[in-house]
Design a protein around this ligand. Sequence first.
Ligand code: NAD
Length: 499
Amino acid sequence: MVDRLYHFVGGARVEGRSGRFAPVFTPMTGEISAEVPLASAAELADAVANAKAAQPAWAATNPQKRARVLMKFLELLNRDFDKLALKLALEHGKTIPDAKGDIQRGLEVVEFAIGIPHLLKGEFTEGAGPGIDMYSMRQPLGVVAGITPFNFPAMIPMWKFAPAIACGNAFILKPSERDPSVPLLLAELMAEAGLPKGILNVVNGDKEVVDAILDHPDIKAVGFVGSTPIGEYIYSRGTANGKRVQAFGGAKNHALIMPDADMDQVVDALIGAGYGSAGERCMAISVAVPVGQKTADILVDRLASRVRTLKVGPSTDPTADFGPVVTRQHLDKIKAYVDIGIQEGAELVVDGRELTLQGYENGFYMGGVLFDRVTPEMRIYKEEIFGPVLCVARADDYEAALALPNDHEYGNGVAIFTRDGDTARDFAARVDVGMVGINVPIPVPLAYYTFGGWKRSSFGDLNQHGPDSVRFYTKTKTVTSRWPSGIRDGASFVIPTMG
Ligand code: NAD
């Protein structure tokens, strides 16, 4: 049976009115499980009106009480953890253990947001001048919005709405139309946790509602995560409309393997980071860079036997290494990249294109793909494939290897595997990428640090979660006050100084 999904506005489920819907698939079977309404600009305007009406009272609620709602939400998330993970796995395609990781990394930002009252404190200078005190305060922006991708349908919505709401804003979430059920359930859990109506709204849709968000004058800030071309568009249209925008985009994450690296550790790390979640992670390793021909030969040989034995299975198989990809369209795109790689002259070491699973013939599956002798001018090197495809780009020495991530247009994550502290330290200092792993393949910073790439992996100045999230979702006001009021020193026509 096909479920009809809804929006969540003003604390209640709301049916779509636009008459437009998109199918939501179960990637492991290829069936349509639901249809999601695609909101119009008028439906977005209703959500914004609800949010705008509710926000002043929420901003006036003391920060500790706001944090308590998130504390209750955390409790409910833990209560429903398994149910949410199953739903997420069925709609996205990732395995259930991986779906649990998706929820867990979001939950950790909720934990961080519970401590946000500490970061909302302003500064105070007593006696900045005669009878003058000076202080700063952080105030919420008002109504803010988040536009999120399909690949982390629990984590990224929580990265957005938890800090924003803790800071006293009202939030409009526009999740991916490919897996909208978990974001809707999260909003309902926030309501159950005691969040006032209108503070968290979910409006489903596609470009039409995204454009309405970017153009709505009452939305003060937009946080986006998704592909680079869309992120760049969101950033330019949103900022042209006077909004604060942060847009996180695509990636091509390199892992350098030095000749002295622990090869057992490297192979395990690359297999997990390259093929986990079918490569549909912005922090997946998609390019391995062995340094020296001997390192490369050993690495390719060892990777090949592991890639051939990867277990691809339905999302509900607890023994599967990874599941199907999100849609048939995406599967076709990944396979087309494999064709392109062959035409470009890369060496196809393992070909996973022909995989089918008995009993799941219509699911969106493919096996792991391994390419060797990939070079920087190839499209499979330059472009994000976002599938279970690992490219090996050989480098003669460390400097040539370092030049690869540094010259690439993306700069999200990067890793180096070595036993040498000097090399690791030099790499961390000189690599032109925002998040660096040293013998760590997926260096996603913890919730109390910030997450963000460099170059064309990110548009805007501030990162997500950690202290930057408070900076992004608040504005600073600085007050200069003079007491007692009896001081009189006449009109002054020069710029005031405390001198
Ligand atoms: P996407 O860009 O297709 O979609 C992201 C969001 O934008 C969705 O909500 C979607 O509905 C909306 N959208 C899509 N097309 C649009 C258009 N033409 N106009 C306006 N809005 C549009 O991305 P995706 O396929 O859902 O997610 C995968 C991408 O996200 C990958 O590129 C991945 O690297 C990236 N990603 C980046 C990070 C990061 O933090 N840098 C994290 C996760 C995913």
